[in-house]
Design a protein around this ligand. Structure first.
Ligand code: ARG
Length: 566
């Protein structure tokens, strides 16, 4: 169900039937015809600039052309009124009965025409490092994007490209060799920073770690044994946190280590195609082009110490994904400091001819900052782990709830906290930085996760009190009801746009605007009051039901959960 598409198609179809203009509808003009949803819906549900685009070719005034078009557009089924505004915009209003029929059917399933196969690369956690604030956006936005794509009927495969085969592994193993095995994951997470700090001061230590890394990669059994004991601990912690965050299970935890198996194959291809160059003991791929205006360093295929590099893993992963998935696109979600890395990798892939039929796309994120504009830190000046973040938010929710005199279960507090944290992340355009402020994200009013959940809980509690809802008699719609229904009709277009633009924030903000309309409706259109006629009551209950239908779907797509009470 996508009324936008339905109307657009009908309008275009109609224009093509008009004898006076049909010969002038060049592909270019057709392309430029915009069917828009006006901000203020007083004059219409849709508006189009079609008349204006035809003035040149017809040599007539836009208003005269508009008048002609109006007489035809009126014939489109389900159109109530067509009017002209300004210099020649055409406003179209849909029949209330059609709006109601469509919404009350409860069918909000998408009608995606071209189903795609998409590989998604997000998460990309690192062994030996606790998940921290820097992993929030890739996790939350990647997961929601995955859910949206699946909802639209696309086939996705989510890859957690683990950072589990590089120098940090050598640093951890070197530390273990000197200080003994870690007994738990916290031990491991302390080892890497300690060893890494030492490497900064002690070149011999760094060299040792580099050597261990290369030997591990070449199959040294002693190192592999150590590695195999701490890897599961680290993965266990990652999975536990992903569960707490309500993130879909990754289809593949194939990262730097598991892709290593394919590196020799790719290296052979690179050699055959004469793409590898030797430079100071390292092996590189030149990706600079004459037209470049910005620096474009070569891809480091193998380090001078002989280690598999970050870049090699990513290039090989493209090879692997093409072979196993043959995707239409591969989309990466990481912070924007990796923009250059992905540019290099994509160029290298094009150079060797990997994934030639796939679009390669990197979505780079901005930074989460404190109110000072610097990367967000905890009060004691540390980079917060994701667990810390959730705890900070949950604490704030708990405080608010107890101040308001309510009693909510821990489970509910956790759901609200999760919504506060994730929604705040989702509602911002990923490309820009945003300020994280605990007090504002946990507010029950305004553009926040708790507000969204609260609205859903309210609708749920209305519906709990009534049985089966059926509308048998038609009655007029108040403007607040009509606005809400028109907005519900936009759900499928919104999910499609969020998908096409790789922009879950479009869905998040839709959910917020939807809640605002729901609450306006709720306050202006009483439902259960004694003086409300039965037929009005059942129509309003139906509006509640379908609003909840769309709102819960949006909530689910954002990976949030509606609590029992709030
Ligand atoms: N492990 C990397 C990091 O923390 C992120 C991995 C992103 N994905 C990728 N295919 N490179 O920086």
């Amino acid at each position: 169900m996508n009324i936008y598409k339905e109307i657009s198609n009908s309008i275009i179809g109609k224009l093509k039937e008009i004898p006076e203009i049909k010969d002038y509808l060049t592909p270019q003009i057709l392309n430029n015809i915009a069917i828009e949803i006006p901000k203020v819906r007083d004059f219409g549900d849709f508006s189009t600039n079609a008349a204006m685009l035809l003035t040149k070719s017809l040599g007539k005034k836009p208003r005269d052309i508009a008048e002609l078009l109006v007489s035809y557009i009126k014939e489109i089924p389900n159109v109530e009124t067509v009017s002209i505004a300004g210099p020649g915009f055409i406003n179209i209003k849909i029949k209330d009965t059609h709006i109601k029929e469509t919404i009350f059917s409860g069918n909000f399933n998408p009608d995606t025409e071209k189903k795609q196969k998409i590989d998604l690369d997000y998460g990309g956690y690192n062994v030996g490092k606790t998940l921290h604030i820097g992993h929030l956006r890739t996790t939350v936005v990647g997961d929601t994007f995955n859910r949206i794509a699946k909802f639209l009927g696309h086939t996705t495969k989510s890859y957690n490209h683990m950072g589990d085969w590089g120098r940090p592994m050598g640093l951890i193993i070197a530390w273990i060799l000197e200080n003994g095995m870690p007994s738990n994951v916290d031990d491991i997470n302390r080892m890497y920073p300690a060893s890494s700090a030492r490497a900064k001061e002690d070149p011999a230590w760094l060299e040792k770690a580099q050597k261990i890394t290369v030997e591990l990669q070449n199959g040294n059994p002693e190192y592999k044994k150590i590695y195999d004991t701490f890897i599961p601990m680290s993965l266990g912690q990652v999975n536990q946190l992903l569960k707490r965050l309500n993130i879909l299970t990754f289809d593949e935890n194939k990262g730097e280590r598991l892709i290593a198996e394919y590196v020799p194959t790719v290296e052979k291809i690179l050699e055959e195609k004469n793409i590898l160059e030797h430079s100071d003991g390292a092996e590189i791929i030149t990706v600079k082009q004459d037209t470049d205006t910005e620096p474009m360093p070569p891809v480091m295929w193998k380090s001078s110490a002989g280690a598999q590099t970050y870049a090699a893993a990513d290039l090989t992963a493209i090879y692997y994904r093409e072979k196993t998935d043959n995707p239409d696109s591969i989309v990466y979600f990481t912070d924007n400091r990796q923009t250059l890395h992905f540019k290099q990798i994509f160029r290298a892939a094009r150079l060797v001819g990997f994934a030639e039929n796939a679009e390669l796309q990197h979505i780079g994120f901005g930074t989460i900052t404190g109110s000072d504009g610097k990367p967000f830190k905890t009060r004691d000046g540390n980079v917060p782990s994701l667990d810390d973040m959730l705890n900070i938010v949950a604490e704030s929710v708990r405080k608010r709830v107890s101040e308001s005199g309510k009693k909510l279960s821990d489970e509910t507090i956790e759901k609200i906290a999760l919504a506060a944290l994730k929604f705040n992340d989702l509602m911002h355009d990923v490309k820009s930085d945003y300020i994280f402020d605990v007090d504002s994200v946990t507010n029950f009013e305004g553009r926040t996760g708790p507000y969204i959940l609260y609205t859903a809980v309210r609708l749920n509690s209305i519906l709990k009190k009534v049985g089966e809802i059926s509308v048998t008699q038609d009655c007029d719609l108040l403007p607040e009801e009509r606005d809400l229904l028109m907005f519900l009709l936009d759900f499928n277009r919104v999910t499609e746009t969020a998908f096409e633009k790789r922009a879950p924030y479009i869905l998040a903000n839709y959910a917020y605007d939807l809640c605002k309309l729901i609450n306006t409706f709720y306050h202006t259109c009483p439902i259960m009051r004694d003086d409300i006629e039965e037929k009005v009551k059942s129509q309003r209950l139906m509006i509640v039901k379908q609003s909840l239908n769309v709102l819960s779907k949006s909530i689910e797509l954002m990976g949030l959960e509606i609590p029992e009470e709030m």
